[in-house]
Design a protein around this ligand. Structure first.
Ligand SMILES: [Zn+2]
Length: 210
């Protein structure tokens, strides 16, 4: 799951426009950034699939630090505490905490039993793709571009995220996944967060009509 998490970040931005889209995307992807960091640090471990069938190229074997419920609650509280300390906005901090927890919820809902990677994948991709399309449409109708980046870089980023998400599920593993995937995954997520911070400046939220 990738774009489903980013969709939650778009919704949170719409609920509280003063929150940066970059911060909501960072909150939504926090668990996966921690996962790739912990795998690189040899703290958590994932198992790579060798068969070139469609589906995720790896499954987590011990990922409780980044993806367990107790630790997800801890990370969400930690992020909210940092936000209150830095910005003093409790409502925004509560929303960020909810976005962090949404990652856990969405991962649990999309969990497929081991060994049945293909079964259930297509319906889940359709559901996630629909949520993503709705979240992007909502954000686009609630905001306007203030410069050309807000148009072209925005849609380029949406296309890139959609492509990577699709490729993760249906593409064949490339290179040497055990060596490449953690660092590539981490860099991709950091790029997504940087893009979201940029888009937060390149697009502004419209005033709500009441
Ligand atoms: Zn995850």
């Amino acid at each position: 799951m990738l774009v489903g998490h980013v969709a939650a970040a778009f919704v949170a931005k719409g609920l509280h426009p003063r929150l940066s889209l970059g911060t909501t995307v960072a909150a939504a992807l926090l668990a996966d950034m921690l996962l790739f960091s912990f795998v690189l640090a040899d703290i958590e471990h994932v198992q790579f699939r060798t068969s070139p069938t469609a589906g995720l190229h790896f499954t987590g074997t011990d990922i409780a630090f980044s993806h367990g419920l107790a630790m997800s609650l801890f990370w969400s509280a930690a992020l909210a505490a940092i936000y209150v300390w830095r910005r003093g906005d409790r409502r925004a901090a509560a929303l960020l905490a909810a976005v962090v927890i949404s990652h856990w919820v969405l991962d649990v809902l999309s969990h497929r039993p081991a060994g049945s990677a293909v079964h259930g994948l297509v319906p889940m991709m359709i559901i996630e793709g629909t949520i993503w399309a709705c979240a992007v449409a909502l954000y686009v109708s609630d905001s306007r571009s203030v410069n050309s980046a807000g148009r072209y870089v925005f849609w380029g980023g949406v296309a890139a995220l959609t492509y990577v998400w699709h490729d993760n599920a249906f593409g064949l593993p490339r290179g040497n996944p055990p060596q490449d995937a953690p660092i590539e995954g981490l860099l991709l997520l950091l790029l997504a967060v940087a893009w979201a911070y940029w888009m937060n400046r390149a697009r502004e939220m419209k005033q709500r009509r009441r």
